[in-house]
Design a protein around this ligand. Structure first.
Ligand code: DQA
Length: 140
């Protein structure tokens, strides 16, 4: 399958960003493990701190025939109607994911603007949330 992982703001700092919450693993480690685990799938990766760049990449992925997107939109999860609208416009399934269990954290993280537009949500399993989201997309 042709899959894409998309990370939003501040997720370029994984490994050194609040390791007590997000762990000490880096996205490079995570991608290497995923590509080794699923050698027959194409797993692309994109990260941006900018909402518009995320939207452009999601639209482009759909146009390129990507068959599933694992999206950790970071804090935009809780605020972005524009990302919600974008996801609804895509023909491929999107799984929302979070490294931390957002429901155990501050109340402002309990609400997702994206979840209603997504196929499903994975949260709280550390970097393994990415693998679980990929599994979900492969089974979708
Ligand atoms: C996050 C949770 C969000 O609330 C936060 O803003 C992030 C990371 C997670 O992966 O746990 O940037 O999406």
């Amino acid at each position: 399958m042709k899959l894409l992982i998309v990370n939003g703001p501040n997720l370029n700092r994984l490994g050194r960003r609040e390791p007590g919450i997000y762990g000490s693993g880096t996205m490079d480690d995570c991608l290497r493990d995923l590509r080794a685990r699923y050698p027959h799938d194409e797993i692309g990766y994109f990260q941006s701190n900018c909402e518009g760049a995320l939207i452009d990449r999601l639209q482009q992925a759909d146009d390129e025939g990507v068959e599933g997107i694992a999206l950790n939109a970071g804090a935009y999860t809780h605020t972005s109607i524009a990302l919600h609208d974008c996801i609804r416009s895509l023909s491929c399934p999107v799984v929302e994911l979070h490294i931390s269990n957002v429901h155990q954290r501050e109340e402002f993280r309990h609400r997702s603007m994206l979840a209603p537009a997504c196929k499903g949500v994975v949260c709280g399993f550390g970097l393994d949330s990415y693998r679980l989201a990929i599994e979900a997309l492969k089974g979708a």
